[in-house]
Design a protein around this ligand. Sequence first.
Ligand SMILES: [Cu+2]
Length: 179
Amino acid sequence: MNKSQQERKRFNWPFFLFSACITLGVVGIFAYGMLNHKAEFTVEKYEIGKAAFESKVKAMLDRHTVREEEEKPVVHPPPGSDVYIPARNFDWGGFIVELERDQPYRLHLLSYDIKHALVTRELKIMKRVKPDKAVMLSFTPRAAGEFEMICGEYCGPGHGAMVGKMIVVDAPGQKSGAQ
Ligand SMILES: [Cu+2]
């Protein structure tokens, strides 16, 4: 064994330590991000029938519809309240949801037929929606604007057109958070 072979065999401690630090750093950043993400959303599942959910949706629309847009009712539930969004082939209840930025809500989702998934990327919503079992998300919208609620689970020929609208407005006296 000549000298250069010996040198190659020697364990490169500085490089090992350097790599270990980088790895720990990256893992730490991901872990921190995931914990932070969790804090924004908590998810609960519960059993509820279609008829019971429908009556919750109707009560919300009766109480909190504030105007019409695109011939659809715009519902503005107060901060801290329950927001019921049904999924079905091929819409999200046929109304527009209007929420206030940085205010907490409980979003309830239930499918009236087959599996769907609610996706609103800008607000970091991505949730499977199933029949019979509702999900409740504790949710605080952090960006103001108009956002599309699309379906993330192929559900038939109208899947691509299954687009709803969520509006997030600044509460009175709030600084603008528009994107
Ligand atoms: Cu769908």
